[in-house]
Design a protein around this ligand. Structure first.
Ligand SMILES: Nc1ncnc2c1ncn2[C@@H]1O[C@H](COP(=O)(O)OP(=O)(O)O)[C@@H](O)[C@H]1O
Ligand SMILES: [Mg+2]
Length: 373
């Protein structure tokens, strides 16, 4: 879909005139463009994004959250490191609303300052990269432990409500509208046999043993910007899903997406295993920043978080396969079943190595700064 991005860009408070607008195609959720402006010979860059309002039904709530989060982080960082503060996400004001513009077709747009000299990586190319990305997600959680005011809006209600996702799976399975259950018997049995996994964290939360904090909820390594020259973390981006959630969910999604280099739809399942050295790097990075404020029960459930988030993703892919591929885009027959199988294999790989992985997390936390416990 083509948008008149030049006229949309003019609704934001730029110092000069937008000169060039180029799309960035690496993201999967939002439409992103780089806007270059010229103010009296000085150029500056911005990022213009259309919020995907199919995924995020309440864009105004998304932006209200993001305004609070970015201001808070910036003010905290500016006390300790003003240079780093200037490289945090900054929402550019618009002419109508505090930080967004609604176009005539009802699309929501926002603009950020462009983070210069920083890069993102789609895959964990090295343990150092995995460690630094995990450290940044831990740092991000730490930055938000003292966010004042009311809880953030839940931008996707029930996002990690795994029991609800399981119930929905059971409903779709009972209907079996596309007659696909027979061809996915092993995967269906696996979900039903492991159903008890879904209640572990909700029980800990309901009994007050595990705290609800602020989680990023999309902890893929390409949502961390790293300095181009030093490789050191600069900031965390893609804040649409930041909402009340569990620390272990964030670590769990990191394990799911960064501790196995194979693609999410890899058919050669021998490649789908947890890489223990990548896992170790993730644990060390995350522990370095979160050791100070997490409770022992959170630290001891980090590996479980990996199992659970991967299992939840398996349920979502399998549900979509049974429903006839209505949510995730498919590019071949059985694509969602292939994705289901990689997630199942990853769950098995985590469960098989649970003891070793738990040992690595324990060691990472015992070596990390740790004042609270
Ligand atoms: N403020 C920014 N400065 C520089 N690059 C950015 C900025 N925001 C996003 N990007 C780039 O655009 C990509 C997609 O943006 P992101 O907010 O992650 O959207 P999506 O939800 O589509 O993944 C990022 O991986 C990053 O490379
Ligand atoms: Mg992203």
């Amino acid at each position: 879909m083509a948008y008149d991005v030049a006229s949309i860009a003019r609704h934001f408070e730029l110092a000069g005139k937008p000169e060039a607008i180029v799309p960035i195609t690496t993201g999967h959720i939002n439409d992103t463009y780089v806007v270059t402006e010229n103010a009296g010979g000085q150029t500056a860059r911005y990022v213009l994004q259309r919020i995907n309002h199919y995924v995020f039904k309440e864009p105004v709530q998304v932006m209200a959250n993001i305004l609070r989060i970015t201001k808070h982080i910036k003010s905290r960082v500016s006390k300790a490191d003003p240079a780093l503060a200037s490289r945090q996400l900054t929402v550019i004001p618009s002419d109508e609303e505090p930080g967004w513009h609604r176009d005539s077709s009802g699309n929501f747009w926002r603009m950020y300052g462009f983070i210069e000299n920083a890069v993102t990586y789609d895959t964990p190319e090295s343990s150092d990269l995995a460690c630094e990305a995990a450290r940044m997600f831990g740092w991000f959680q730490g930055m938000l432990t003292d966010l004042p005011g009311s809880p953030l809006h839940e931008t996707i209600p029930g996002f990690h409500d795994t029991p609800r996702r399981l119930r929905y799976f059971q409903q779709i399975l009972a209907e079996d509208k596309c007659s696909r259950a027979k061809g996915a018997a092993a995967e269906i049995d696996f979900v039903l046999e492991h159903a008890a996994l879904c209640n572990v964290l909700p029980d800990l939360v309901a009994t007050g043993r595990m705290p609800v904090r602020i989680a990023h909820n999309d902890t893929k390594i390409n949502n961390v910007m790293l300095d181009k020259n030093t490789g050191k973390g600069v900031c965390v981006i893609d804040l649409d899903t930041v909402m009340p959630g569990l620390s272990v969910h964030d670590f769990g999604d990191l394990v799911r997406t960064a501790a196995c280099p194979a693609a999410e739809d890899e058919r050669d399942l021998s490649k789908v295993v947890i890489d223990v050295s990548l896992f170790d790097a993730l644990a060390q990075g995350f522990a370095q920043e979160t050791g100070r404020f997490l409770r022992p029960v959170e630290k001891s459930h980090m590996v479980f978080g990996g199992t659970l988030i991967t299992f939840e993703q398996m349920i979502r892919f399998l549900t979509d396969h049974l429903a006839g591929d209505v949510y995730y885009k498919v590019h071949r027959e059985g694509h969602n079943l292939d994705r289901t199988r990689t997630q199942m294999k990853l769950v098995q790989s985590i469960l098989e190595q649970e003891e070793i992985l738990n040992g690595l997390v324990e060691r990472a936390y015992s070596n990390s700064p740790n004042d609270a416990n």
